[in-house]
Design a protein around this ligand. Structure first.
Ligand code: BGC
Length: 253
């Protein structure tokens, strides 16, 4: 792995698994990231093998902190008890043990939205901000991270609030936009309902929006009608990788 990298981040998503070495001084990739499509049957073994392929590709050295951001609530030392958007055979799996077995590496696993939240708080749109920062990722699902005065409250899972009688992410994620071929305006109206609900329940000081679609925020932000300030993630879709790498570095002492 190249010299300026002090940690490695991997982001496991519903459509792609992405990894890059990270320069922790700058909160940036130290080399071009590698993206491999998520296996169509996304079993634990298949996903762990892609993680291995990415680590091998970059020749990640032993001792380098490795963070894996993952789309499920993560309680260290406990098996996964819920999986929304990857294969259901993940339920009951000890993800740390599985990755160790398939790759020979010890990694730090963190919920993907929490990783993005930590990345944004450390390097991005929420850097140095007090109060309640509420990060949402809009992708295959909706992920949430709550950071109060710089401290993460992990595993909030508020993409699964009920909205219009269904799981909010079924109604308002970026996948819902594609699946139902919604215009930016129509999707923006749905997002308004979602963000108004969060506003009402949590009174955040700012919303930060991550996920692949955050780079196109000018198309849909104008349609989100809320009073709380809302900004795109400064690291855009890289926040998960950078945040996971940073998070792993803070756990490895
Ligand atoms: C999962 C969360 C995840 C989010 C974004 C949701 O369906 O339950 O754990 O953070 O999707 O990937």
């Amino acid at each position: 792995m190249i010299e300026t990298a002090q940690a490695f981040g991997i982001d496991v998503g519903g459509s792609g698994i992405k990894g890059a070495p990270v320069n922790l001084n700058e909160g940036k990739f130290a080399d071009e990231r590698l993206r491999i499509p998520t296996p169509s049957v996304s079993t634990p073994e298949a996903v762990a093998d892609v993680i291995k392929e990415i680590l091998d590709h970059f020749d990640v050295q032993d001792g380098t902190p490795i963070g894996v951001s993952f789309p499920a609530p993560i309680k260290p030392g406990k098996p996964l008890d819920y999986m929304a958007n990857l294969d259901q055979s993940w339920v009951g799996v000890d993800i740390h043990a599985l990755i160790k077995e398939r790759t020979g590496r010890t990694v730090t696993v963190v919920n993907d939205a929490d990783a993005a939240g930590v990345g944004e708080a450390q390097y991005g749109a929420a850097k140095g901000r007090d109060g309640l920062v509420f990060l949402t990722t809009l992708g295959t699902g909706i992920g949430t991270a709550m950071i109060m005065d710089g401290v993460l409250v992990p595993n909030t899972e508020l993409g699964h609030l009920t909205l219009k009688g269904i799981d909010a992410e079924r109604y308002a994620s970026d996948a819902a936009r594609s699946r139902e071929d919604l215009s930016w305006k129509k999707w923006g109206k749905r997002l308004t309902k979602y963000y108004q609900l969060l506003e009402h329940l949590f009174s955040p000081d700012i919303f930060v929006v991550g996920g692949g679609v955050s780079k196109r925020s000018e198309h849909f932000f104008p349609y989100i009608d809320i009073t709380t300030p809302i900004v795109p993630a400064a690291l855009l879709n890289d926040a998960g990788i950078v945040g996971a790498a940073y998070y792993a570095s803070t756990k490895q002492h």
